[in-house]
Design a protein around this ligand. Structure first.
Ligand code: SF4
Length: 168
């Protein structure tokens, strides 16, 4: 099984979301990935295509990698800093580390907030990332779809209608 950055991000948000995504149950019309992709593709970042490289590593796609400074750039349309974004970038740093690129760092950019978040991968983070991967495999291989999380945390989720249609 190929675990990608999206798996890590969803794992940190909601086990049910992770499971639905893995089982290819997608709400296409409201896909967060499509929305994020088109946002990133906006004209506000034309210079990135020239300066940074898209990198495919162990099945994960890093959109913007600066190979000279060893920096993973991740742009988020979110209007708040989220732990899941940090975990996703730490996973990319882990993949780089596993493939011989030591000392890479990450920079998450939040254009709406005009803020950035630096991400590092300390030695103790490596076993933590490996635990996430094992836990993700256990969750998605289960035949049982995990339960819902608190509704108050679901409003922006693309699966909201799928999970709560009968209650609305
Ligand atoms: S709507 Fe809520 S419970 Fe359902 S997948 Fe999304 S975050 Fe999880």
């Amino acid at each position: 099984m190929t675990i990608t950055g999206t798996y890590i991000k969803y794992y940190k948000v909601c086990f049910r979301k992770l499971w639905l995504f893995h089982h290819k149950i997608e709400m296409e019309h409201n896909s967060e990935l499509v929305a994020e992709g088109s946002f990133i593709g906006e004209k506000s970042y034309p210079q990135r295509a020239e300066r940074y490289r898209e990198m495919l590593i162990d099945g994960s796609k890093i959109d913007f990698y600066d190979p000279y400074n060893k920096v993973v750039h991740e742009i988020k349309k979110s209007d708040k800093l989220e732990h899941s974004h940090v975990a996703q970038v730490q996973f990319y740093l882990y993949l780089l580390w596993k493939n011989g690129v030591k000392g890479a760092t990450g920079l998450i950019e939040y254009p709406k907030l005009r803020q950035t978040q630096t991400v590092t991968l300390a030695e103790e983070d490596i076993s933590q990332v490996e635990n996430w991967v094992s836990e993700i495999e256990r969750i998605v291989e289960s035949e049982q779809c995990p339960g819902r999380i608190a509704k108050s945390r679901c409003r922006s989720c693309s699966y909201f209608e799928f999970c709560y249609a009968e209650e609305e």
